[in-house]
Every structure is written in structure tokens, then in C-alpha cells.
Ligand binder design. Structure first.
Ligand SMILES: [Fe+2]
Ligand SMILES: [Fe+2]
Length: 171
């Protein structure tokens, strides 16, 4: 099968679903939720893009995801999480997989971006409702304001070490 026939056959041969945003995904942290809504919007844009045109859309989505995860990792480190905790480790694993997809696509495996997008849609819902919701609760409980990345009361900065997942629910 040639590259062009893969591209033209893909929409019917490989139907893709969009990602449906739901209020259940809200974590209660306004900045985190805003970033998550952007993530969902970009994922839907990607899945609605014809396969042959997906690479630049995917790269923009990947850049957004790098910043999204870096933001949460930064908040974790600021509030007592160890550098290697399971939430940060999961971000790193997802980014590594997302980055590997680019080379596969460039070698002609054109349906791989849709497959990655579908996997991310499933993964993200679980992640947002467990690890991200847990992080949002943690930030609130220690008095860290994610909008300004400062402490509500600098005198009350807790001396914490969080090395687990910090999840509201286990995933
Ligand atoms: Fe997140
Ligand atoms: Fe996260």
C-alpha cells in the first residue's frame, strides 16, 4: 500500500472518535482545568484533521503537552514532591511515547497519530480524575496558588516530602 493510498483510505478504514469533555474532569484548580480544556480541544482538532495533514497539528499538541506536564511537575516540586514520583514518571513515559510517534509517522506509518490520539483520550480521562485531581487537592491543602505559583501564606510553607502518587484515587 502506498503512502497516498494509506492517507486516502484512512478516514473510512480507521474512524476516529473525538474526546468528549465532561465536568467530571474538572479538578478544582482553575489554571490546571484551563490547560486541560486546551489539551482536549487540541486533541479533538488533531483527531478531526485528515491523516496526511496531521504532523504539524500533532507537533503543536506535543509542545502543548510538554508545557502542560512541566507545569504540573513544577508545582509538585514546589510543594514537596520528590523529583521522581509516580505522577511525574507517568508524564515522562507519555511524552516519550508521544515523541517516538513522530519518527514512525515520518517513516510512513500514517495511522499512528490517530492511534496515539485515541490512546491519549482514554489515558487522559483516567489521569485527570486521579493524579491531577489529587495534585489539585494537594495544592489547595498546602496553600499553594497555582495561578501565581506563590504561597497564600509564606509563613505556613509546609515541610513535606511526597514520594508516592499523590492521587485522590488510585489508578
Ligand atoms: Fe494534567
Ligand atoms: Fe498530570
Amino acid at each position: 500500500m502506498t503512502t497516498s493510498s494509506v492517507a486516502s483510505a484512512a478516514p473510512s478504514a480507521h474512524p476516529v472518535g473525538g474526546f468528549e469533555w465532561s465536568e467530571n474532569l474538572l479538578t478544582g484548580d482553575a489554571r490546571m482545568d484551563h490547560t486541560h480544556q486546551e489539551f482536549a480541544h487540541q486533541l479533538n482538532t488533531l483527531l478531526a484533521t485528515p491523516v496526511a495533514d496531521q504532523l504539524p497539528v500533532y507537533q503543536a499538541f506535543l509542545n502543548h503537552t510538554v508545557a502542560h506536564f512541566a507545569q504540573e511537575d513544577r508545582w509538585m516540586q514546589a510543594t514537596g514532591f520528590t523529583a521522581s514520583n509516580c505522577h511525574t514518571d507517568q508524564h515522562a513515559m507519555v511524552l516519550e511515547t508521544m515523541q517516538a510517534v513522530v519518527a514512525h509517522y515520518q517513516k510512513g506509518e500514517l495511522d499512528i497519530i490517530n492511534r496515539m490520539g485515541e490512546a491519549l483520550a482514554e489515558w487522559f480521562a483516567q489521569h485527570a480524575m486521579s493524579m491531577d485531581a489529587g495534585l489539585a487537592q494537594h495544592l489547595q491543602s498546602v496553600g499553594f496558588d497555582s495561578a501565581t505559583e506563590t504561597w497564600a501564606n509564606p509563613k505556613s510553607v509546609p515541610n513535606l516530602t511526597v514520594s508516592g502518587c499523590g492521587s485522590a484515587r488510585s489508578s
